[in-house]
Design a protein around this ligand. Sequence first.
Ligand code: ZN
Ligand code: ZN
Length: 105
Amino acid sequence: MQEPANWNPALLSTMTSHTSCQRPGSETNHLVIPAVEHDAPGFPCKWQDCRSTTCFRREVDLMRHVKSVHVAPKAYCCLEPNCGKAFGRKDHLQNHKRNRHPDNH
Ligand SMILES: [Zn+2]
Ligand SMILES: [Zn+2]
């Protein structure tokens, strides 16, 4: 795996910069992106009743949020007797155990 000897990052910008002056409807519009929400700066959670206003920069981050907060919000349960607390993240459960049940290791 090696880059071509004449590779130049500036080349890439000249290749992509000209697309910004294309107008929709012109005959060179083969690069027009389908009408999805590309004006959004990231991936906000659209889950109903989600209180998070975080805009995730990558889709995987959003998916992780959806999984841990909405799909399986209480995946990690404290197994201590008479506790039954549940958490969405393993480290939160571990924190809880450390704080609430420091003697039961
Ligand atoms: Zn959410
Ligand atoms: Zn507990």
